[in-house]
Design a protein around this ligand. Structure first.
Ligand code: NAD
Length: 404
């Protein structure tokens, strides 16, 4: 996150926000070096690189641009209702283009967001976006199975890449995305908006700084009752998995950034209530993860029930968010009372921060390596669930952690 953005949020929340100088981001090479490996720098590119921006051949040209142009790929629910409106609030980037397979959407979006005709693409001419200097960043908001291909093609078009969660379906795909961005010398971020949400950042601060002592219990859950069972989220080939890949990932992330630790082993069981509704992906799932501090955190996720919170108990008190992962109206409470925190537009904060990372060539807080880490963990959760809850060790855990 840029220091300007942090300053801005700190002004709004002077009592709860950590000092920027104390914020650190830990990203080292893989410990176990198993099936894949991570670069130390990942997609950050080299500090001295001349070729930094999409369609631009030197950094001075880039900084002369007032705002960087973002193209959204996949104009579904999240792009339409969250990202595009957020891009009206961003300071450093704007909605410059769209990629859509639905002809009728072209005119509607063009008029609503004043998008020039030459910045409107479909899935057939997508790669020609490489020649468009108005597009600096491509944001992939497609079904999960399409993230890898469209991110890689964006990198090959020499555009910086934001990609929605889950990063991809397999660790291999994630690694290919990271490699493509490294080769093209462009940056890659995963759409983990809660790393820019002040309520979740407060959980990080309370947990990682051990404000109430060592955390002794952690419970993180996220499920929702899915109405339309015919959508791509219920199809294994498109979604990769069920609620774990979709929303359980927030609970998983929440525990890791609150504890400031990475799990070393886990167990999982499928707890689907109505198997007939869920022939391809799990309807519900519960799991536990063991951390080096000795703590065992508990989790559940579902497409069959509505629930969400992130709760921690520590030696001298508790702190929790409920709801924890929504866009608006998050609520937090600690032993000392309700969290008094001003909400922000998470998506606008995230896209602005990524744009500053591109402009200033600074490190990404939610890099591809973090997306790969979570796909690695989720695949182990599925492996455990498929093997009657067998304990899975996590020897190849990418050592990627946002430390504050
Ligand atoms: P959606 O179904 O509403 O939109 C998907 C879009 O992809 C549609 O515009 C659809 O036309 C397009 N598409 C292109 N090819 C397709 C194909 N072969 N099959 C189906 N759709 C196709 O989904 P969404 O809720 O917008 O989710 C999109 C991505 O964003 C997912 O990866 C999801 O996990 C992620 N997401 C993230 C958040 C967040 O808070 N970060 C919230 C919602 C969704």
């Amino acid at each position: 996150m840029s220091s300007e953005l942090l300053d801005d949020i700190m002004k709004k929340n002077p009592n709860t926000w950590p000092q920027p100088s104390r914020r650190k981001f830990i990203k080292t090479s893989t410990l176990g070096m198993g099936a894949f490996s991570l670069g130390v720098i990942g997609c950050s590119g080299s500090e001295s690189s001349e070729k930094t921006a999409a369609g631009l051949d030197d950094s001075s040209k880039q900084t002369k641009k007032k705002k960087l142009g973002i193209a959204l790929v996949g104009l579904g629910n999240y792009a339409t209702n969250q990202l595009a409106p957020a891009l009206l609030e961003t300071e450093h980037c704007y909605l410059a283009g769209i990629v859509t397979g639905t002809k009728e959407k072209e005119k509607i979006w063009q008029e609503k967001y004043n998008i020039p005709s030459e910045n409107i693409y479909n899935y057939d001419n997508y790669d020609t976006i490489a020649e468009n200097e108005a597009i600096d960043i491509i944001y992939i908001v497609l079904p999960n199975s399409m993230h890898a291909e469209y991110s890689i093609r964006a990198a090959q078009a020499h555009k910086h890449v934001m990609c929605e969660k889950p990063m991809a379906l397999s660790v291999d795909e994630c690694q290919q995305m990271i490699n493509a961005c490294n080769e093209a010398d462009v940056k890659l971020a995963i759409g983990y908006r809660l790393h820019y949400d002040p309520f979740n950042l407060e959980m990080m601060r309370l947990g990682q700084k051990q404000v109430y002592g060592k955390v002794t219990e952690m419970d993180a859950i996220f499920g929702f009752k899915m109405g339309n069972l015919d959508q791509w989220r219920a199809k294994k080939a498109m979604a990769g998995g069920g609620p774990l890949m979709d929303v359980g990932i927030y609970a998983l992330q929440g525990s890791i950034y609150t504890l400031g630790e990475l799990p070393v082993s886990l167990t999982a069981i499928e707890t689907t209530l109505n198997k007939e509704d869920w022939p391809e992906v799990e309807g519900s799932l519960e799991w536990e993860m063991n951390f080096p501090s000795g703590l065992t955190a508990t989790y559940k996720t579902s497409y069959e029930e509505n629930y969400q919170y992130l709760k921690a108990k520590a030696e001298r008190g508790f702190f929790e968010l409920s709801p924890a992962y929504v866009y608006n109206d998050l609520a937090g409470i600690t032993t000392d009372g309700p969290m008094v925190i001003q909400a922000v537009n998470q998506q606008a904060q995230h896209m602005d921060a990524f744009t500053r990372n591109v402009l200033d060539n600074t490190e990404i807080i939610t890099p591809g390596e973090m997306g790969l880490r979570d796909v690695y963990i989720m695949n182990k959760i599925y492996e455990s669930a498929a093997n009657n809850g067998q304990r899975m060790e996590l020897p190849d855990m990418p050592q990627v952690l946002q430390k504050i």
